[in-house]
Ligand binder design. Structure first.
Ligand code: MN
Length: 251
């Protein structure tokens, strides 16, 4: 099983969760929200080869943490995974869009300069703009749009860019989101929890419960749950191979 977008460092007892994730063998992308959180979050997962730590600067904190961009640049050679990054144009955060944009484009340019990276990207309320930036920047990177909530037309543009998508049990509860998931290429979908910020049936999601999205995907794809799992495993292998490939180690 896999969780390609979880904030392990933000759970109340990360060490306990990490040991359970390790025991369950879940391949996990542990994203961070600030560059200063990266080293300690990676340290938490020491000895867990299936947990990879992403270097991030979340759009919701970009305004207060813009000063950490130089730390981002110093740390980027430490990992093939970058996230959580992106833009948030929702009513809660649109006031900081100018500074978010500065952080996001700087990060994309840095990633392009060092060579490809696997990017876990937030795009709530700003999907068209995120896709526009990706069209011009970080072309050697593999963008994974996490919890895609843009329009069908944004989705077509994302597909043209060969973007990937991470979807989870919380996202697939909505009928309109299910329609979008159905339009995503099945060989470019990964599972995510977005825990501890996402809930499903009253429970906080985590890498241990991303499997709850399997029945919904199986229904969308019209194949058995076993076939759904096989497809997801193949997709994960593909991302791992891309991350290891020459382009992605050009540092
Ligand atoms: Mn997140």
């Amino acid at each position: 099983m896999m969780d390609f977008h979880a904030h392990l460092d933000l759970y109340p007892n990360p060490d306990v969760l990490i040991q359970s994730v390790k025991k369950a063998g879940v391949y996990t992308l542990s994203v961070t929200t600030t560059p200063s959180a990266f080293l300690k979050t990676r340290l938490m997962a020491k000895g867990c080869p299936r947990i990879r730590t992403g270097l991030g600067l979340h759009p919701e904190v970009a305004a207060s943490r813009i000063g950490e961009l130089s730390l981002f640049d110093r740390l980027v050679s430490e990992t093939a995974y970058v996230g959580e990054i992106g833009l948030d144009g929702s009513r809660y955060h649109k006031e900081s869009l100018v500074i978010q944009r500065k952080a996001f484009t700087h990060i994309l340019d840095t990633c392009e300069r060092v060579g490809g990276r696997v990017l876990s990207i937030h795009s709530r309320g700003a999907t068209a703009e995120v896709i526009e930036h990706l069209t011009h920047r970080a072309k050697s990177c593999l963008p994974i749009l996490h919890w895609f909530s843009g329009s069908m037309s944004d989705l077509s543009k994302a597909k043209e860019l060969d973007a990937w998508f991470s979807v989870g049990p919380a996202m697939l509860q909505s009928e309109s989101q299910v329609k979008k998931a159905a339009a995503m290429p099945k060989d470019r979908i990964l599972l995510e929890s977005d825990g501890p910020f996402a809930n499903y049936q009253g429970e906080t999601l985590s890498p241990l419960t991303t499997y709850l999205a399997v029945p919904a995907l199986s229904k969308i794809w019209g194949v058995s749950e076993d076939e759904t799992l096989a497809q997801l495993r193949e997709n994960l292998g593909q991302v791992g191979a891309i991350a290891k490939s020459k382009i992605f180690s050009r540092t």
